[in-house]
Design a protein around this ligand. Structure first.
Ligand code: M6R
Length: 624
């Protein structure tokens, strides 16, 4: 939540929004806007100026750009920018960042929550300091200014401030005494450094500066960074110099553009065959054995695992539910799936034989991070499945398996979901290989099926027109989704997509559960999506779901059925059928969820809603 950008480098020559520091920061904010879009603001430091110049505006970034056109800021050599997801204080101009110290010489932006802000604010108020916002951030500006007045060193002042704050924070600050400098601090919130030629960058994630440089530094927890045009200095909170790890971003700026699609979500749905293919790439050796090189957990440890607990939130948790079916089936290890924010509060039973699998696109979700820390404190091994390089969760895990979905900009997750499911399949097969619960030829067979999935996903996308037509005409205020086995998490994901994109009441149920209560919701005309398993699935799963369709149809539901090509059994009971290619049962979520994504995206677009930035949401949830 909240996007942060910082820049130090040469000044431009004209004082408008094309001036380099400001334009770099505005471009960074455009790319980070998915992290929050309640307000946006910038502060710049012009050489020789006695104060920083700041502009900020409630609403989307475009409002700030209009303000800057009307009220330009001076030519600068350092700039910071912020796009906000509101926590403390509503989305107003006054609560927008940056926040300035009393003397107007220092500006601060913040991502996170300062938990002890009320006590600190009361102290300042008692000293006569006037607060202009309801945010928790403003105390950081006053603290930093006070510390700077006493030390005359902005990095030292940042370290001192960081020690006084409780909660989570990334802070960036500029001061008019230091025209070419930006200082940042990181504590449980993300911050990465981009290394340029004669200029340097800071960002909540690499998207902030990937159009300028793909060489980046991973900052660790509790570190302070100072950037100027020519130098990056990193220390810990005690002031000891730290040498951070450098990494290269493996995608370029065009991957974070719409590429001719109406919306990022449209594009990301179309990216899915590639996201799955890339996630599968390079995972086997010449003999066809799985080699998950990034895994840093010894095979003997994996052989000893007696329980797996998947922790994740939202869509990533639904990927975890799919993983449960696959891993239990292939490896015969019990798998629990738990929402990360519930995990540590129930005092879970963990041991050194527990493998905790954290699934996260951003690698920054605070609920998941806290669950990871708790698991490790209890002695469990943590393996994270992550899409974003340089993020916090892989750094704090024992092992990591990266998905290669590329940047996901739309707030609602699509291609990251498919890549996460794919990575969990790889993990399951790898565990089966290490533990010998599947023969090598059985594993090879599943891998061959997996490699065929990108083409199948492409077919579902290519055949998406009928689901689009249905979406455009949909006028119901409520939609249900039913599935069994791996179709159950797909049903929940379909409902989540509809809720977050179209603001329509939607529920996903296990199809067998509906007769235990939810069937009371069914009334004539109610649209109900049903994900039908393959007729080749085991234990009459297929016929049970057909019976469930009949039960709801008998009560007037309008049945929208997702079924395998050639499954004639569904025809008598389906008002609409969306066909997906024949696929082994466990791999089916990779195709069955796609019509549901297209449906939600099209319905929201048809209603004129902002598909990429739905109301109240942010891409990266970095508060608990
Ligand atoms: O970055 P993460 O994968 O950890 O994010 C988890 C959830 O916040 C995320 O999947 C969320 O549910 C999406 N908006 C769903 O579309």
């Amino acid at each position: 939540m909240c996007g942060i950008v910082g820049y130090a480098g040469p000044a431009g020559s004209i004082s408008d929004v094309s001036e380099r520091p400001l334009s770099v920061v505005l471009e960074g904010l455009r790319r980070l806007e998915y992290r929050g879009y309640d307000s946006a603001g910038v502060a710049v430091v012009a050489p020789g100026a006695s104060q920083v110049s700041s502009r900020k505006k409630a609403g989307k970034l475009s409002n700030l750009v209009e303000l800057l056109a009307a009220e330009p800021v001076p030519v600068a050599t350092a700039a910071i920018g912020h796009t906000r997801w509101a926590t403390h204080g509503g989305p107003t101009d006054a609560n927008a960042h940056p926040h300035l110290a009393d003397d107007g010489k220092l500006a601060v932006i913040h991502n996170g929550i300062i938990e002890n802000f009320a006590a600190l604010r009361d102290e300042f108020i008692a000293e006569g300091v006037r607060f202009l916002s309801q945010t928790d951030t403003e105390v950081a500006a006053h603290l930093l200014a006070r510390e700077y007045r006493s030390s005359g060193d902005l990095a030292a002042a940042m370290r001192a401030t960081a020690q006084l704050l409780e909660g989570t924070f990334t802070l960036l600050a500029v001061h008019s005494d230091l025209p070419g400098t930006v200082v940042g601090a990181r504590h449980d919130s993300p911050l990465v450094v981009g290394l340029g030629q004669g200029e340097n960058f800071l960002g909540s994630d690499v998207a902030a500066f990937v159009s300028e440089t793909r060489v980046a530094l991973e900052l660790g927890q509790d570190q302070v960074v100072t950037i100027t045009a020519d130098e990056v200095v990193v220390t810990d909170f005690e002031g000891r110099i730290v040498t951070p790890t450098t990494f290269t971003v493996d995608w370029d700026a065009s991957a974070a553009e719409k590429g001719g699609f109406r919306t990022f979500m449209d594009k990301e749905i179309h990216d899915q065959p590639q996201a799955v293919a890339e996630t599968l790439l390079g995972r086997t050796d010449a003999a066809g054995r799985l080699t998950l090189d990034e895994l840093r957990i010894d095979e003997s440890v994996l052989r000893a695992v007696d329980k797996i607990v998947v922790i994740a939130c939202g869509t990533a948790a639904y990927a975890g539910h799919v993983a449960k079916y696959a891993i239990e089936h292939w490896c015969r290890i019990p798998v629990e799936v738990e929402l990360a924010h519930e995990f540590r509060y129930r005092d879970p039973v963990l041991s050194e034989k527990t493998l905790v699998v954290a699934i996260t696109q951003s690698g920054e979700t605070m609920d998941t991070l806290m669950a990871v820390r708790h698991a490790r404190e209890q002695g469990a091994r943590v393996l994270s499945i992550v899409n974003t390089h340089g993020s916090t969760i892989p750094r704090e895990s024992d092992a990591v398996l990266y998905t290669h979905a590329g940047p996901e900009i739309a707030v609602a997750s699509t291609k990251a979901f498919l890549a996460q499911i794919t990575a969990t399949y790889l993990l399951g097969l790898y565990l089966a290989q290490v533990r010998g619960t599947k023969f090598p030829d059985e594993i090879a067979e599943v891998l061959t099926e997996l490699k065929a999935m990108p083409a199948k996903i492409q077919r579902v996308i290519d055949n998406g027109e009928r689901v689009r037509v249905i979406a455009r005409w949909m006028d119901s205020r409520s939609v249900l989704f039913l599935g069994r086995h791996v179709g159950f998490p797909v049903a929940m994901e379909g409902a989540l997509k509809l809720k977050e994109l179209a603001y329509i009441h939607a529920e996903g149920f296990a199809a067998g559960e509906i007769k235990h209560g939810p069937i009371a919701l069914v009334e004539p005309g109610l649209p109900v999506f049903v994900i039908v398993p393959s007729p080749r699935s085991r234990d009459s799963l297929h016929s049970k779901v057909i019976s469930n369709i009949q039960e709801i149809r008998a009560r007037g539901a309008r049945t929208l059925v997702i079924a395998e090509e050639g499954d004639e059994d569904v025809l008598p009971y389906a008002d609409e059928v969306f066909w997906v290619p024949q696929t082994p049962t466990l791999l089916a979520p990779l195709v069955t969820v796609v019509p549901l994504q297209i449906f939600a995206c099209e319905l929201a677009s048809a209603r004129g809603l902002d598909v990429d930035q739905p109301r109240n949401l942010a891409k990266s949830v970095t508060v608990e």
